[in-house]
Write a protein of this length. Structure first.
Length: 301
């Protein structure tokens, strides 16, 4: 097979591992810088060009679209889809998962466990909004934030009001969420491929840090998921329409709650924590699924 990896950096661990896994299984693999692609949009013969050449003959693409280039990146993925190339994650699913509010609404509609979440435009009713999510302590999140950036723990009512008003004063969109104290600064990262969790790890935040992101000093370890946690992860990815996803779950007193569904999960932490060949599992899945014209919008939202 001829596989394209849409990635801005060929030296990233995840990109290199996918290239290695593809080569090990006998495939032709090429890293394509998403922002250097340009397109001809036509009903008869849509094309994609890259560094002066037309990209043809691809059986599948693996989108590794960074959050900062979601708009252009999904346009490139959509163009490949128009050309009949199988995309591991579809453009509409990537866009859906990048919109935190939309994601939570879709998951809630399907009965997935979530932290109680508030969203408002006006600051006139900030106190009531805070009460709706159970009061302080609570978490305030930027809608556009990634990797723990723009996530603030407000430990008191006054702090919560001040943080919310400050963010809204900057004209940014925020979510206000229930703080799951019993999680103890830890979460579960479940790597879903198709209809299976192929690897999972526990991420524990550094001392005094409620965010568990590894690059913020968090530590990872292998974890055994409960059947409910495994089912929640798989269902969440399916609701988003994602064939591969990193589903972040907190263990709460009322069961697993989903914090985020990531369409371009990193492979370094989870491969090193579990000693599993996650990249190989992804390539194997593509081998079974890739067909001309196979990619299509399978779900709405």
């Amino acid at each position: 097979m001829k596989i394209g990896i849409l990635s801005r950096n060929k030296d990233l661990y995840s990109t290199k591992r996918l290239v290695e896994a593809g080569h090990e299984r006998g495939h032709e693999v090429r890293v394509i810088d998403t922002l250097r692609c340009y397109m001809t949009i036509a009903s008869q013969r849509p094309t994609i060009h890259y560094k002066g050449e037309e990209l043809t003959g691809y059986d599948a693409i693996i989108p590794r679209i960074g959050a900062s280039v979601t708009f252009y990146g999904t346009a490139v993925v959509r163009q490949f889809e128009m050309m009949g190339v199988y995309s591991l994650n579809e453009s509409v699913a990537i866009s859906r998962s990048r919109d935190k509010l939309r994601s939570l609404q879709l998951l809630a509609r399907k009965g997935i466990g979530l932290p109680v979440t508030g969203f408002a435009h006006s600051t006139m009713y900030t106190q009531d909004l805070i009460n709706q999510v159970g009061g302080a302590p609570l978490v305030v999140k930027l809608l556009e934030g990634t990797q723990g950036i723009g996530v603030v723990l407000a430990e008191t009512q006054n702090a919560a009001e001040s943080i919310i008003e400050a963010f809204r004063g900057l004209k940014v969109q925020i979510l206000v969420q229930e703080f799951i104290k019993e999680a103890g600064g830890a979460d579960l990262r479940c790597l879903v491929v198709g209809d299976k969790v192929i690897a999972a790890m526990k991420r524990q935040g550094a001392e005094g840090e409620f965010r568990s992101n590894l690059h913020r000093g968090g530590k990872s370890s292998i974890v055994k998921l409960t059947p409910e946690e495994r089912s929640t992860a798989v269902r969440s990815a399916k609701i988003m329409g994602l064939s591969i996803a990193g589903v972040d779950i907190l263990r709460s007193n009322h069961g697993p709650v989903v914090m985020e569904v990531n369409s371009s999960p990193g492979l370094e932490g989870i491969e090193k924590s579990t000693n599993k060949d996650v990249a190989g599992g992804i390539i194997e899945y593509i081998e079974k699924q890739a067909r001309v014209g196979r990619t299509r919008t399978r779900s709405k939202g």
